[in-house]
Design a protein around this ligand. Structure first.
Ligand SMILES: O=C(CO)[C@H](O)[C@H](O)COP(=O)(O)O
Length: 231
């Protein structure tokens, strides 16, 4: 998607921001546009307080003088704006392509509303074309990987499991110090059951299925930005 379209989706989400709001700031190239536009509003006097979902977003927000806090100081947020890797018709998501899924999910769960900004290429009939990121503890990686592979087989995954960064000899490490295994499904037919099966594995910290968390999506197309609401 062009950067211009990402920015249009971000601008629509910005129109939901009101003075005094406590905001969650997402991670990724689309969320980056939102933070950028928010920075302009803050410079013009908008009063908000924000919790970033990654160290990268925190750095960007600091450069823009956006006031930051955390979920120890603020236990609830009004709104989180974030990107997504896949969006299904019920606004269930796959997230974590950028590796920030754990903090993104904690922040979204602490928010009264989660708004997603994306382009139409992220919309799918069923989740699973995009590899599902699974964040795992480093300890016991082999055993955790084996247990996840069994869950993949049970759920009819069409591909295997890859440790992110392994091929380059440099495994990706999340902000929380964990690793990411990307699971290739093709199509996820039972997302709720898959979610609980994965979370039942002790070494799994979290996964990138965001089920019934997103209330609205602004989806940018060359013909304008579409607003999708969860029914
Ligand atoms: O989940 C994410 C990061 O963990 C991102 O929101 C997701 O990968 C979308 O990123 P982009 O806007 O760059 O396509």
């Amino acid at each position: 998607m062009s950067e211009a379209l990402k920015r249009q989706a971000a601008a629509m989400a910005l129109s939901e921001v009101r003075p005094g709001m406590r905001l969650g700031l997402g991670t990724g190239s689309t969320a980056r546009h939102f933070v950028d536009l928010l920075g302009e509003k803050v410079a013009a006097g908008l009063d908000v307080i924000c919790v970033p979902t990654s160290e990268a977003t925190a750095r960007q927000a600091q450069e823009l003088n956006i006031p930051l806090s955390d979920l120890d100081t603020l236990d609830r947020l009004d709104l989180t704006v974030d990107g997504a890797d896949e969006i299904d018709p019920g606004l269930n998501l796959i997230k974590g392509g950028g590796g920030a899924l754990l903090r993104e999910k904690i922040v979204a769960a602490a928010s009264d509303a989660m708004v997603v900004i994306a382009d139409a290429s992220k919309c799918v009939e069923a989740l699973g074309r995009f590899p599902l990121p699974i964040e795992v503890n480093r300890f016991g990686l082999g055993a955790t990987r084996h247990a996840i592979e069994q869950v993949l087989t049970h759920h009819g995954a069409q591909g295997g499991l890859k440790l992110r960064g392994e091929e380059a000899g440099n495994p990706f490490v999340t902000d929380g110090g964990h690793l990411i295994l990307d699971a290739f499904f093709g199509r996820i037919s039972q997302p709720e059951a898959l979610s609980s099966d994965l979370l039942n594995i002790p070494g799994v910290v979290q996964h990138g299925l965001f089920l019934k968390m997103c209330s609205k999506a602004y989806v940018a197309t060359p013909n304008g930005v579409e607003e999708l609401k969860r029914q």
